[in-house]
Write a protein that binds this ligand. Structure first.
Ligand code: PLP
Length: 389
């Protein structure tokens, strides 16, 4: 029976039980599968049967994880990858040809920019970037060879919100694919396919795992597009390991309750920071002061778990703040039960010129907090004492 609610789908979507009638799904650590006879083997390799052949192609744990994400995102099919970045790269490598052109939001995840700037140009695939406030100018960027519009919302680390419906309309009008990295929102908070996206990509390493244990990625969308991605992946080998798929499928069962609590905590942290005299500004989608507050409310169920804010005093103050943190972790991940702080200007974005950094909204004192599931009083106390120094 198919369920009405995403929470139920995340728990009740299950591959067939084995003969042991287990309640919780087992881990299928197998690289290949056996055939009944020569005819079964022939028909399976000829794609006349839907069945597992080899775990680079498919595995029951991966299938369950993908099916859950598809139901939660409203997608037909998907493929699970070893990491978010292998999902991004394989999606573009599978769908684009040499000399194609991408239009992308500028403030996207750094490794995705590296793929666009340094790797895809090997096949003469070029990218033109637009800034967060330039959505209305995108049509001028379209070239005869443009194939894709690419976006993330909320963005990392500046927590801007993009109008997904508007971008989808432009893509549709010009017969382009619209691809969204939905990692910051998760399918619980936002379903880009509802707004017209063709494909949705996730780094499952973040809130989907939610406990900082495994890497994973997934791309979902129409059966037609996923078939191309599947054929690329089946031959090139970026598959998610069954162990990680088992962890991620289990994690999805608690995603809705975890994300609810992450968002509740993040709103409390954002509200505290906004009232602090050593903070210049706070960016959190569900704070009224966010420039795209209304849009965020239309697109997202809640504001997510990441808060950005600017400490008064520039780069040095940002570094001092990080050095004074006692409870929270200084780490590169996000979407973990443990709250994490980062200082983009001196770490992830240190290689950018100051001008480029400022253009993408990364000021010297900008701090990103991935708000975890510790008690908010403890999170706020740590931020508070670090802000006093
Ligand atoms: C928005 C976004 N997309 C993709 C990735 C890459 O994911 P992974 O680390 O799983 O390769 C990240 C990682 O931080 C991310 O934040």
């Amino acid at each position: 029976m198919s369920a009405k609610h995403l929470e139920t789908e995340a728990i009740r979507t299950q591959i067939d039980r084995s003969q042991f009638l287990e309640h919780s799904n087992p881990l299928y650590l197998t690289s290949s599968y056996v055939f009944e006879d020569a005819e079964d083997m022939r028909a399976s390799f000829a794609d006349e049967k839907e069945r597992n052949i080899y775990s680079r192609y498919s595995n029951p744990n991966n299938s369950e994880f993908v099916e859950k994400i598809c139901k939660m995102e409203g997608a037909e099919q998907g493929y699970a990858f070893a990491s978010g970045m292998s999902a991004v790269f394989s999606t573009f490598a599978a769908l684009l040809n040499s000399d194609d052109h991408i239009i992308s939001l500028q403030s996207i995840f750094g490794s995705t920019q590296t793929i666009f700037n340094n790797i895809l140009p090997k096949w003469n695939i070029s990218t033109t970037y637009f800034k967060i406030d330039e959505v209305d100018k995108i049509e001028h960027l379209i070239q005869p060879n443009t194939k894709v519009i690419y976006a993330e919302s909320p963005t990392n680390p500046t927590i801007d919100i993009l109008d997904l419906k508007r971008l989808a309309e432009i893509a549709r009008k010009h017969n382009l694919l619209f691809i969204v990295d939905n990692c910051f929102a998760t399918p619980y908070l936002q379903q880009p396919i509802k707004f017209g996206a063709d494909l949705v990509i996730h780094s499952a390493t973040k809130l989907i795992d939610g406990q900082g244990r495994v890497l994973g990625g997934v791309t979902v969308g129409s059966a037609e597009l996923i078939q191309k991605i599947y054929l690329f992946a089946r031959n090139t080998g970026p598959a998610l390991s069954p162990f990680n798929a088992w962890i991620l499928s289990k994690s999805l069962e608690t995603l809705p309750v975890r994300v609810e609590k992450h968002c509740e905590n993040a709103l409390k942290v954002a509200t505290f920071l906004e009232s602090h005299s050593n903070v210049n500004f706070v960016k959190y989608p569900f704070l009224k002061s966010h420039p795209q507050f209304e849009l965020a409310k239309q697109q997202m169920k809640l504001g997510g778990n990441v808060v950005a804010f600017e400490v008064k005093g520039g780069v040095d103050a940002g570094r001092r703040f990080l050095n004074s943190i006692k409870l929270l972790s200084l780490s590169a991940n996000l979407g973990d039960t443990r709250s994490i702080v980062t200082h983009p200007a001196s770490t992830t974005h240190v290689k950018l010129s100051e001008e480029n950094r400022l253009q993408t909204g990364i000021t010297g004192g900008l701090v990103r907090v991935s708000v975890g599931l510790e008690h908010t009083e403890d999170i706020i106390n740590d931020l508070s004492q670090a802000l006093e120094l």
